[in-house]
Design a protein around this ligand. Sequence first.
Ligand SMILES: [Zn+2]
Ligand SMILES: [Zn+2]
Length: 267
Amino acid sequence: MGVSYRENGTLKPLAGKIRAEFSARYGRARSERQSRMILEQVVAPYFATNCWIFAPSRNSECFIVDPGISNPNMVSAISTVLKQHSLKPIATVITHGHLDHTFSVVPLDDAYGISTYIHTTDRRLLADPFKALQPGGMTAQILAELNMSDSTFREPREVVPLIDNQEIEIAGFTLSIRHAPGHTAGSAVFVVDSGHLIAGDVLFANGIGRTDMPTGSDSAMRKSLKERILPLDDELIVLPGHGPQTTIARERKNNPYLRPEYLDALN
Ligand SMILES: [Zn+2]
Ligand SMILES: [Zn+2]
């Protein structure tokens, strides 16, 4: 794919057969606890959305981030990874209500009976994703291809709505929620145990999420980047909704959208 990411100071190529398959990413050994931690990435075949799986170790509980679009859904790809490490899923964490991040939430709930965490503002998109999609856009075309229609979507059985600055414990991890609107009105990023940032479509390696979709806002995005992203620690490993991992330090240095030319531009 020609994509690479930095891990422990070495530039490594991503496994060539990624796409619908899996690539293991183990936590860096900054502590014994972190060295046992399991962090897996499952890339959805549509839109290459990153689905992350966090577990404190093998044979433990885990949570799943942003299960996206596959035909028929992401459950079998995810369950393969769960079985590989003997993990028991207890929650799905959603960064925002775009369908390429939420498509497999209900199938996962049907398979495992697990709670879904999402910022309260994007909650309505679980049952009505079209409110944040461009009519006739790529997602609509893909849904037509999968024979899905408007009426197919509903909320999973248990939704836990989140608010700004809330801290939650899931599977032994502490997740600290930061509301970061701009890509969608209810976009949020999550700091996990002061080690990782689940960034959704707010921050990518060398980019940011688009702001021209319904409920998006360029000025809100600037404010989120300034107030919610820039103050974060350099050492945080960033897990974006699409594309390779990065760190806050790298993005602070390289990302054109974290520079004053963008952040301080007038709307
Ligand atoms: Zn998105
Ligand atoms: Zn996305």
